[in-house]
Every structure is written in structure tokens, then in C-alpha cells.
Design a protein around this ligand. Structure first.
Ligand code: ADP
Ligand code: LRH
Length: 451
């Protein structure tokens, strides 16, 4: 059976077809398009109509399928008016409107989220809500445009700072206390599906059903981690790196709050206990500033050089778009370190610093949750970066299994396949990935780094 997975990442959108048999899943790319934010009158927006057009183009190219599913980055949303029209253009979580947020407003013991200035609740408190009738997270918004159906998907709702991770519903007391209108939060849905609108079917040249998947891309990626047992950590490694373990229940202790760990909701009642690490964003911005040199050649050079400087990738100075090479230099100056010289050293500095941050996060996740970690699964675009994988094996002292690259799309398709009875629980879905996906293992060798 064929399924279509729409996966909107911060760096690109992709539409993939997945052919599923009882024993295999095979993924193919039907369409990929850039995700280019647009600054308008000082505010950084997602180009939501271009993204929607990319989804339509992709669905047309992919052709008929049993169903389609949509996932994207978390946190951001669109607002609809009473007539169901989008009010304004969704704002990018890297916009400066939340730059002044230095303290959490949502209680950790309720939402279980790490402090991030741009969490939905912080954005909403800086938003004009008069005239807003409905808030839809990005995949829910695209799903609404395709099917006309309104709802809040659970894994993405859990990233808003307005979701009670224990009661598994909107945190209504918090919503009231913050003076946010209850009406804008749609019912949380788990297993919704609906046919595409007639005009969409006419445009695609076929009709299909949109099945609700784990619409937070990280939740979908964690579904497709090819782990054989429970004792693993994952690094969902793209624009962001989401580093953690999968648990049956949240960890809401003071120690966990202080360690800035998040309890996001996963499929089947699981908890994604993880830390957001700034990720390959810093490298992406360097490449942009350097006018897009060949990445593979640069990584090969970075594999040969040595550099001592270490940055904290989570330093707030690396969050907004901008001149990352200059910010790395400034960080080094501030911390009394010799800055990297040239591009290869800068790249190595970023990757070493990320690997160190992954090492800390894996240790913290294991310690705070009590879950032993025997292997690290690194999935997403970053799994193509062999140097990063080697450094991560070194920094964690654990074998790193790299791949699949398109984990989010795979997890998206697997949840659709399950809705059609082709596969069972999480363990079965992961078995299927293990049998089908291309992975490579990197053992810690104590040679690469630290020297
Ligand atoms: P997102 O879903 O956030 O858009 P991806 O999972 O697509 O991110 O990962 C994008 C990242 O993957 C890029 O920033 C780049 O660092 C890395 N990447 C992609 N292709 C390669 C490659 N051939 N070699 C090394 N790294 C790569
Ligand atoms: C990764 C991701 C991450 C969120 C961030 C906004 O794409 O969804 O899990 O924290 O984007």
C-alpha cells in the first residue's frame, strides 16, 4: 500500500511516498522545496502560502495514495477568524518578538517543557487576539486547508506550553490565568482522518484521505528510530537537535526543570524526554553567510583540521538568523578562547561543540530518567554528516547508529500504515524500519576527539 508523507522542516519541505508491505517500508522523494522565511516590515514570517503550494505540488507529483499525513516543526501557528480565514501570516519562532522573554510563564510541573523563549504561549502573549477564533498549529493549518477539518493534534499541542502533560488535555487553568481566550484552542484529536476537499481533489487530479499522524516532526522521527530495545537515546538531528530518551511517563522534578529537560508527548502515550540543542542551524547560517560553498568538501576539510575553541550552541546569541561566523568569534572573545581560523576550523568547532552538547544531554537524560542508555540513534539530515556522527560517538562514549535520514517522513508514513492495519505497536514499527532503512554504526574509538 502506498502512503504519502508531507514533512515540513525548517530548512526544506518534502513530500515522500512510502510503499509498505507487511515486512518492509520503502521511501522515495516525490518533491522537495526550500522553506524560505520572509521578513516583512521588521517581522520574520513563514511563507505559509508557498509552503502550502509546495505541499500541493508534492501531492500532485506523488500521485494517488491510500492516504497522506502532514508533520512539521512545532511551536508555530496560524490564527483563523470566525469565517475560517487566516488572519495574517504565521510568525517565525526566530522572530525577535520573543527576544525579551527570559523566564518561563508556564509551570514546569504542568506543561513539563524546557524553557525556550519562543514557546507558543510566549508568542501568543505578544499577539493581538481580537478577531481570532481558532488557533491551528502549522500541520493542523495545512490539514485544514486540505480537508476543511479543524482539530489540534496531540504531539504538537504538547509543545505549546498550554498543554497539561499529566492530564493530557489543554491546561485550562493556565489558559484562564493568562487571560487567553479558551475558544481559540480546538479539541485535541488523536485518530482523526478526513477526505480532501473537492477543489483540492480537482487540483491534484485525484482524491485521497488525510490521516492524522504524529504531526510534530520530532515525534514522527522518534517513531522511526530503528531501536531494537528500550535502552536507547535518540538525536533527531536537523535544523535543531532533539536529544533524549523515550519514557512511559513524564519526569517533572525540580532537578529536571533545572536541567532544562522537556517532556513532549509521543505516540501511544509515550513521553519524549529531551533537550532542544541548537543544532545544525548554526552551520546552516554559516553556509548562508559564506554564500553556500559545497558542504561535503567543507566537511572533508573539517575532518582534517584541529581546533580548541568550544562554543555553547545554546547560547541565546545563536538563536536569531545572522552572521554566525562573527557570533562564534564574539563568543570566543567573550569566553577567552582563540577563535577558529578559516571555514574548516569554524565548521569543526561547531560540530565538536554540538557533539559535546549531545554528550551532556544524553548523560542528563539517562541520569534524570533512570533509563539506561546503551546506544545512540542519530536520525535526520545530520545523520549524513559522518564527522558529526564520529564526534558524537566520541563525546557520548557510545555506539552511534546513524540513519534513517528521513526519519520524520518514515514515522509519518508508519502511523498512516498502522491506521490501515499494516503494522502494530511502536516496537513493530521500529522492526520494520530496522529491516528497511540504511543505517551506519560509528563506534567510539578515542581517536577523533577529544585529543
Ligand atoms: P530540517 O528537517 O530541520 O529541515 P533536515 O533533517 O533536513 O532538517 O537536516 C538538514 C541538515 O542536514 C542540513 O542543515 C545539513 O547540515 C545536513 N545535511 C544534509 N545533507 C547533508 C550531506 N550530504 N552531508 C552532511 N550533512 C548534510
Ligand atoms: C524540530 C522542531 C523541534 C522544535 C522546533 C521549533 O524541527 O520541531 O522539535 O522545538 O522545531
Amino acid at each position: 500500500m502506498r502512503f504519502t508523507a508531507v514533512d515540513l522542516g525548517a530548512s526544506s519541505g518534502r513530500v515522500m511516498t512510502a510503499d509498505v508491505t507487511p515486512g518492509t517500508i520503502e521511501l522515495a522523494e516525490a518533491h522537495r522545496f526550500p522553506n524560505r522565511p520572509v521578513r516583512v516590515a521588521g517581522t520574520l514570517h513563514w511563507d505559509i502560502l508557498a509552503l502550502h503550494q509546495g505541499v500541493l505540488d508534492g501531492l500532485r507529483k506523488a500521485g494517488p495514495a491510500e492516504s497522506a499525513g502532514i508533520d512539521s516543526w512545532a511551536v508555530d501557528y496560524g490564527l483563523l477568524d470566525a469565517a475560517g480565514r487566516l488572519i495574517g501570516n504565521p510568525v517565525h519562532y526566530r522572530d525577535s518578538r520573543t527576544a525579551d522573554v527570559t523566564e518561563r510563564i508556564d509551570p514546569y510541573e504542568v506543561t513539563g517543557l524546557q524553557f525556550l523563549p519562543f514557546t507558543t504561549v510566549n508568542q501568543l502573549l505578544r499577539e493581538r487576539l481580537d478577531g481570532a477564533e481558532t488557533l491551528l498549529m502549522i500541520p493542523d493549518l495545512i490539514g485544514y486547508w486540505l480537508t476543511g477539518r479543524i482539530g489540534a493534534e496531540r504531539t504538537n499541542a504538547s509543545t505549546t506550553g498550554l498543554y497539561d502533560v499529566t492530564r493530557r488535555d489543554w491546561a485550562w487553568d493556565l489558559v484562564d490565568r493568562l487571560g487567553l481566550p479558551r475558544r481559540i484552542l480546538p479539541p485535541i484529536t488523536d485518530a482523526a482522518a478526513g477526505p480532501v476537499r473537492d477543489d483540492v481533489a480537482a487540483e491534484l487530479g485525484y482524491s485521497t484521505v488525510v490521516t492524522q499522524v504524529a504531526s510534530h516532526d520530532t515525534a514522527s522521527a522518534v517513531v522511526a528510530v530503528p531501536a531494537a530495545g528500550p535502552n536507547f537515546a535518540y538525536i533527531s538531528c536537523g535544523t535543531w537537535s532533539l536529544v533524549g530518551v523515550e519514557l512511559p511517563a513524564p519526569v517533572l522534578t525540580e532537578e529536571s526543570r533545572l536541567a532544562n529537560f522537556t517532556n513532549e508527548t509521543g505516540v501511544d502515550g509515550t513521553v519524549r524526554y529531551l533537550r532542544n540543542v541548537m543544532g545544525l542551524w548554526i552551520l546552516q547560517e554559516c553556509l548562508r553567510v559564506w554564500d553556500h560553498p559545497d558542504l561535503e568538501a567543507l566537511l572533508a576539510e573539517a575532518g582534517k583540521v584541529r581546533v580548541e575553541a568550544v562554543i555553547d550552541p545554546d547560547d541565546p546569541s545563536f538563536l536569531p538568523p545572522g552572521d554566525m561566523p562573527a557570533r562564534i568569534d564574539a563568543y570566543c572573545a567573550r569566553t577567552g578562547q582563540r577563535p577558529p581560523e578559516g571555514r574548516a576550523q569554524a565548521v569543526r568547532c561547531i560540530l565538536q561543540s554540538l557533539a559535546l552538547a549531545y554528550g551532556r544531554a544524553v548523560d542528563d537524560a539517562a541520569r534524570l530518567s533512570g533509563r539506561p542508555v546503551e546506544v545512540v540513534h542519530l536520525v535526520g539530515g545530520g545523520s549524513r554528516n559522518a564527522l558529526l556522527c564520529r564526534l558524537t560517538a566520541e563525546a557520548t562514549g557510545l555506539p552511534v547508529v546513524a540513519g534513517p535520514v528521513e526519519a520524520a517522513a518514515l514515522g509519518n508514513a508508519l502511523v498512516q500504515a498502522r491506521a490501515r492495519g499494516l503494522v502494530g505497536d511502536l516496537a513493530e514499527m521500529r522492526d520494520l524500519v530496522r529491516r528497511s532503512a540504511d543505517v551506519r554504526t560509528y563506534e567510539p574509538r578515542g581517536r577523533e576527539w577529544p585529543q
